[in-house]
Write a protein that binds this ligand. Structure first.
Ligand code: ADP
Length: 345
């Protein structure tokens, strides 16, 4: 049960969110992959049910689209409780977070997405709410000001972040569970694609599901949008069934290449290789040249390129690997004209 949503979003974001919400697993048993995380959550959910006590605060971290919100929305269904949803950028002052805290019922869940973007004074305001289930509120001004301590119901805070390194130590310590979500295997993504195609009442062959999975950057949200696009293509250009040739044609049309990289990924690699001579270069210089926000590069573009070793990070900045050159159809440069240039400094 989702009670309140306060996440500012563009129209395009809203489309993505609607589609994601429709395809989102509702219970832990429906979650595909992340097996160790699912197991640990099953244990704490069972313990809470048996002891009839609220879940401890949980922090999920990992790149976008890997299931942080999914886990947060599955847990209230498992526990039979409600969830309020908001995000760090929407909470600019303690008064913004106060209604969520006072509305929280015993055992209910408050989900804060992008929790690393909470301003420091909101974060500090949350400390006593998380630890002692009370908040100190200042009433009046000047010499008439007085502080009252308001008790809260024992709620569970679930935080999600793409940058756990940006959370302060005191905030991190108040989460009793810290779960990191990693990229999915092709098999796991193929299962997600097949299950979601069924939900969309779209026939899909096993090879087609694997092909979409292979080209989805290890990320369920990307798999959903590739599936969605391929389905539209199949309906418009064929009989509505998704087969391997349909996937290949649809993804070629949307400029997703054989490794699953999209236009933005390739622009990143081309800029690193052609403008910065393969690096090392700082992410700020890359972002300025690409006319993109540093956060977009480090949260959305780089994690997958790093994982697949198209780039590596060194103390002096990002470096293109031989795989990046090969992918762009270029020869890796040589150091002194004989032998490949040292790319991994
Ligand atoms: P995040 O909050 O990490 O950005 P989401 O939880 O919004 O990612 O996931 C995006 C979409 O991907 C979900 O709506 C859901 O459809 C799908 N998804 C994510 N994780 C899983 C999973 N483990 N099993 C099945 N589908 C998933």
């Amino acid at each position: 049960m989702v009670r309140q949503v306060m996440v500012p979003a563009t129209a395009e974001d809203n489309d993505d969110k609607r589609r994601d919400a429709a395809l989102r697993p509702r219970f832990l048993r429906e979650v595909i992959g992340q097996k160790a995380v699912v197991k640990r959550l099953e244990i704490v959910v069972n313990a809470c049910k048996k002891n009839q006590e609220p879940l401890s605060h949980i922090l999920f971290d990992g790149p976008p689209g890997l299931g942080k919100t999914t886990f947060a929305t599955v847990l209230p269904n498992e526990l039979g409780t409600t969830i309020q949803m908001t995000s760090g950028p929407a909470l600019s002052k303690p008064a913004d977070v106060l209604p969520f805290l006072t509305n929280a019922t015993e055992g209910s869940i408050l989900f804060i997405d992008e929790i690393h973007r909470l301003p420091r004074w909101v974060e500090e305001f949350l400390y006593s709410a998380m630890e002692d289930f009370r908040v100190d509120i200042v009433l009046g001004e000047g010499i008439n000001a007085r502080t009252i301590s308001m008790p809260l119901k024992r709620f569970t805070l679930i935080g999600a972040t793409t940058r756990s390194g940006m959370l302060t130590g005191p905030m991190r310590d108040r989460f009793k569970m810290h779960e990191h979500l990693d990229f999915y295997s092709v098999d796991e993504l193929a299962e997600i694609v097949s299950v979601n195609a069924r939900k969309l009442q779209t026939p899909i062959t096993p090879e087609a599901a694997v092909e979409i999975a292979r080209r989805s950057r290890g990320t369920p949200r990307v798999a959903n949008s590739r599936l969605w696009w391929t389905r539209s293509y199949a309906i418009s250009e064929a009989n509505g069934s998704i087969t391997l040739p349909i996937v290949q044609a649809a993804l070629q049309m949307s400029e997703v290449d054989s490794a699953g990289l999209d236009k933005q990924d390739r622009r990143y690699l081309e800029t690193l290789v052609k403008v910065f001579d393969g690096g090392p270069t700082g992410v700020e210089a890359l972002a300025a040249t690409l006319n993109l926000a540093v956060d977009t590069l480090s949260d959305e573009v780089e994690p997958y390129l790093l994982r697949e070793q198209f780039i590596v990070r060194s103390p002096r900045g990002r470096l293109a690997t031989a795989r990046a050159y090969q992918h762009l159809g270029l020869h890796p440069p040589t150091a002194s004209g004989d032998g490949p240039r040292l790319l991994f400094e």
